[in-house]
Design a protein around this ligand. Structure first.
Ligand SMILES: [Mg+2]
Length: 125
């Protein structure tokens, strides 16, 4: 099975560490960006199978970043699965998440079972 590569986009270091530990357990490769602008730079030069995108970030938030990818990138990067990572109140941003073009969203606390399911669904299909 091809090793998948996941882009983690989150501004909080402890969230990054948690996501890294979960992703490592799924056997996937990963890269980490601390805001949307850095994520766009990485996506321009590298290929990813899946993006895990925090919503609230400095410089460029998850809604802006996902909107940019869906509107400005060309295929296949334009259509990469992007999962919104939301905090407690996921409905606060619900309309914006849908409008931005996120593939689906995941609310905390995350589990390795959820990530394995995402990888099965979007990468090893
Ligand atoms: Mg954040």
């Amino acid at each position: 099975m091809k090793k998948s590569k996941i882009l983690i986009v989150d501004d909080i270091f402890s969230n990054q560490l948690l996501l890294i530990s979960i992703i490592e357990n799924t056997g996937s490769d990963y890269r980490v960006a601390s805001n949307g602008k850095k994520a766009l730079e990485m996506l321009e030069s590298e290929d990813f199978d899946l993006i895990l995108m925090d919503i609230e970030m400095p410089v460029m938030n998850g809604i802006e970043t996902t909107t940019f990818i869906r509107k400005k990138f060309s295929e296949p990067k334009k259509s990469i699965p992007i999962i919104a990572l939301t905090a407690h109140n996921k409905f606060e941003f619900f309309d914006n998440i849908i409008a931005a073009g996120f593939t689906e969203f995941l609310s905390k606390p995350y589990t390795i079972i959820q990530f394995n399911a995402l990888i099965q669904k979007y990468i090893h299909k």
